[in-house]
Ligand binder design. Structure first.
Ligand SMILES: [Zn+2]
Length: 425
């Protein structure tokens, strides 16, 4: 059993702490270090030794690891409330508050950074800005603005989530528009999507010239490119033209040579297994029969690709692509079930996640000089990865060196949705 240290923690979360008596998983894949000490100074992990007046937080041999990174999410698509007939229509300004609540619940579960890969409208950018101005504390948010896509059925389906563009010059302009909007990276649809009945994800949706122009523009300006890839034809173009992350990439097991090329050029695969299960098992929505069939097939394909990618040495990052965001770590269970070791799954959710975002100099590992985004877990995720989706097991969450959430300090109401009730006059 763990000693009860709640009062100690609660009284010491305002200053620069030194965490002692931790079982440390540093995110690099190195073995767990017992009896570890981590000093936090000015939001960063410090390599110095603790001074005499340091605020000591005894973790009682709890598991200490880097904050989780979800490299593929859609925050604004999360069901923060259930819409029922007769309810007051949502007012235009409410959406941002609901998305902020999604973000806060994610942080409560130790998700300290998310990469938002597509949202309708500008809500995610608004929420990110509100957070930067101190309106609430949530995970670090990287956003892509609109998804750049060729004129396509998906563009019709996801109005105001896509920026349709045709021809290399327009691709360049579409990418620049996202940077103008405040994007941290640019996402391109290389193929159709398995969530759109009108689309066949087989053929490439853009030409080589189009993707080359977009990658050139985005890289020249110092940003990264995420590529939605399902069918192999679009995936080949994406890898050959040097995108940074392959989102989904279910069929790559058929081309081990491409996996090796991806690994050699430092590309990262984000398998997003959870969404496939959503469709196959009709979770969160009533999917069409055709898409359910394809979903079942894709689960099998994605499992084969995960194993082939591990074999080929491709770095793999965790991307949930499902909901609710606070359960993002359930993706790790699917990755482990598909053949990844729990240790590698934790690496995917930490250091490789940071690399996929281009933030590996700042986050993803517990090392001097990194931001102190940390989770203290009651339990051992290496033995049972599911502890990371149990709110009672998330003891403390540090965001940039400050303890912001966890059972030691956070009120439980974050997990309860308040009902909208008629109040009698
Ligand atoms: Zn997605």
């Amino acid at each position: 059993m763990y000693p009860s240290r709640i009062m100690t923690v609660a009284s010491s979360f305002t200053g620069a702490p030194v965490l002692v008596n931790a079982r440390l998983f540093d995110g690099t894949g190195a073995p767990v270090k017992d009896d570890a000490t981590v000093l936090i100074r000015d939001g960063y992990i410090s390599g110095e030794s603790a001074s005499l007046n340091a605020r000591v937080i005894d973790l009682g041999r709890r598991f200490l690891m880097p904050g989780l990174i979800d490299a593929h999410t859609h925050l604004a698509e999360q069901p923060a409330i259930e819409i029922v007939e007769g309810m007051e229509p949502l007012r235009p300004g409410v959406k941002g508050h609901l998305v902020a609540a999604v973000a806060q619940r994610a942080l409560r579960m130790g998700i300290t950074t998310v990469r938002d890969v597509g949202a309708r409208g500008d809500t995610v950018l608004e929420v990110r800005q509100a957070m930067r101005h101190g309106a609430f504390i949530g995970p670090r948010i990287l956003a892509c603005g609109r998804i750049v896509s060729a004129t396509s059925p998906g563009g019709h389906h996801f109005e105001d989530m896509y920026r349709e563009a045709d021809g290399p010059d327009e691709m360049r302009k579409a990418a620049r528009e996202q940077l103008r909007r405040g994007a941290d990276f640019v996402k391109i649809m290389m193929t159709g999507a398995r969530s759109v009945e009108l689309e066949n994800p087989g053929p490439a949706q853009v030409t080589r010239e189009e993707v080359a122009a977009l990658v050139d523009e985005v890289h020249r300006q110092g940003y990264r490119v995420a590529a939605h890839c399902e069918g192999l034809e679009g995936t080949v173009l994406a890898i050959e033209e040097g995108v940074d992350t392959i989102e989904h990439g279910f069929y790559l097991h058929e081309r081990p040579d491409l996996l090796r090329q991806l690994a050699a050029q430092g590309g990262i695969l984000i398998p997003t297994l959870s969404f496939l299960v959503d469709v196959a098992e009709q979770r969160h929505a009533n999917w069409s029969e055709h898409l359910v069939e394809r979903g079942v097939y894709n689960i099998e394909q994605a499992g084969k690709t995960l194993r082939a990618a591990i074999e080929a040495g491709v770095p793999i990052a965790m991307g949930f692509d499902s909901k609710p965001e606070e359960k993002a770590a359930s993706e790790l269970k699917l990755m482990v079930d598909a053949g990844m070791s729990p240790k590698d799954a934790l690496v995917a959710a930490t250091s490789t996640g940071a690399k996929s975002l281009g933030l590996h100099n700042l986050i993803g590992t517990v090392e001097p000089g990194k931001l102190a985004d940390l989770i203290v877990v009651d339990g051992d995720p290496l033995k049972d990865i599911r502890v990371l989706v149990d709110p009672d097991r998330i003891h403390l969450v540090f965001r940039s060196g400050t303890a912001v959430a966890g059972t030691a300090i956070a009120p439980a109401f974050l997990f309860k949705r308040l009902c909208i009730k008629h109040i009698p006059p």
